[in-house]
Design a protein around this ligand. Structure first.
Ligand code: TXA
Ligand code: MG
Length: 349
């Protein structure tokens, strides 16, 4: 690409603070088949009109995302689910569970896999007869969706496999010139993607741990299964391709370690250490008085704070020129399941 072309590209991207005017403008762009990056409470999404195949094709192209990886369909109200999902295919028991989950946990970081109707192109769902639906908690996101055609397909707004964007700047730095509009609505406060739950199969299960803890779901509908991490190694026939083993990865190699392993952490030059909490860091510092670079996800060990900071901190560390990041797993409970899932997939082993 020569210089002039690059300039044209850059000029065509609009970076706008969220306002009533910019939301209107962004909705117009969505309606006419363009791409809009917008804030949600989990991470920034790369939105396209979910009913428009050409717009959907652009999403895959811009992200470098394989076509076997289906997108999440964002809606602005529970009622709007009927416009894009075929709920007549659900049996009574599943229907009850759906409405219980939707009434209690929507809007929020939960994507529900349901039968789609014929209005949603197969491209959106990688040929599956189901789609993942989500009603985001971010009001500005819902406003944008309701001003558009009512259903917005949006994967995380990052190149495929890379760290997810929790700030508009992350989107601009990695995808900027390829998108029509980036709406800046400040940092995403949850910081990890939505939990993807498949309620259509007989054994209801979490396909991707995320912002809604398993415990919260189980309180409402009883025991649910987990995604088998090993299964993610298969490239095809994935129940949920977010299961791909290598995903959410920084450009710097990353090794994850458990609390027990703190005393055995290698002491390498030019690497950096990311601790879950202040106590773990202190324990490590006692043994490594010459320690150089380290950071902490949550000084007090709050899972909510740690999740909110995870991708943000990894984006910063990625720019630090380190040879390796050693990152500590969180306790495997609540949002810790999502944090640990992302660390496992980010890990280079
Ligand atoms: O928090 C989020 O969910 C963010 C924000 C932007 O809303 N979006 C997001 O989208 O993370 P994406 O495309 O990066 O992840 C979509 C996940 C993938 O793991 C995909 O495999 C799964 O949802 N998924 C989508 N449709 C599915 C389906 N029909 N069956 C099973 N899994 C599906
Ligand atoms: Mg993603």
């Amino acid at each position: 690409m020569d210089r002039i072309e690059i300039q044209l590209y850059l000029m065509s991207m609009e970076y706008l603070l969220v306002s009533p005017e910019s939301l209107k403008r962004a909705a117009e762009v969505l309606r006419s088949g363009g791409l809009v990056a917008f804030p949600t409470e989990t991470v920034y999404g790369l939105g396209a009109d979910a009913y428009n195949s050409e717009a959907l094709a652009k999403v895959f192209e811009v992200k470098g995302r394989p076509r076997f990886d289906p997108l999440i369909i964002h809606i602005a109200s529970i009622k709007a689910l009927g416009d894009a999902a075929d709920l007549s295919l659900l049996n009574e028991e599943t229907r009850q569970k759906l409405f219980l989950l939707a009434e209690k946990l929507w809007p929020g970081p939960l994507s529900l896999v349901l039968p789609k109707n014929e209005r949603i192109p197969n491209l959106a769902t990688a040929g599956l007869s189901t789609a993942a639906f989500r009603l985001p908690a971010n009001e500005l996101a819902r406003e944008l969706i309701s001003l558009s055609n009512g259903a917005v397909a949006a994967p995380s707004a990052n190149p495929f496999g890379a760290l997810s964007p929790t700030r508009a700047e992350h989107v601009r730095d990695k995808l900027g010139e390829k998108i029509d509009i980036i709406l800046d609505g400040g940092p995403a406060h949850i910081g990890v993607e939505s939990t993807v739950l498949d309620i259509t199969s007989k054994n209801i299960r979490i396909l991707r741990p995320g912002g809604t803890p398993k415990e919260t779901i189980e309180k409402l509908i009883g025991a649910v299964g987990d995604n088998d991490f090993q299964a993610g190694e298969m490239a095809f026939g994935l129940a949920s391709p977010g299961m791909l083993k290598s995903h959410y990865a920084p450009q710097t190699p990353l090794s994850a370690f458990s609390k027990k392993e703190i005393t055995r952490l290698p002491c390498e030059k030019n690497c950096t250490y990311l601790f879950f909490d202040g106590l773990s860091r202190d324990k490590w510092l006692e043994m490594s008085p010459n320690a150089s670079s380290f950071s902490v996800l949550s000084e007090t060990g709050s899972l909510i704070e740690a999740a909110a900071r995870l991708f943000d901190v990894l984006h910063e560390l990625e720019k630090g020129g380190f040879s390796r990041i050693y990152a500590q797993f969180a306790p495997q409970e609540g949002l810790g399941a999502a944090i640990n899932d992302r660390l496992r997939r980010a890990s280079s082993e």
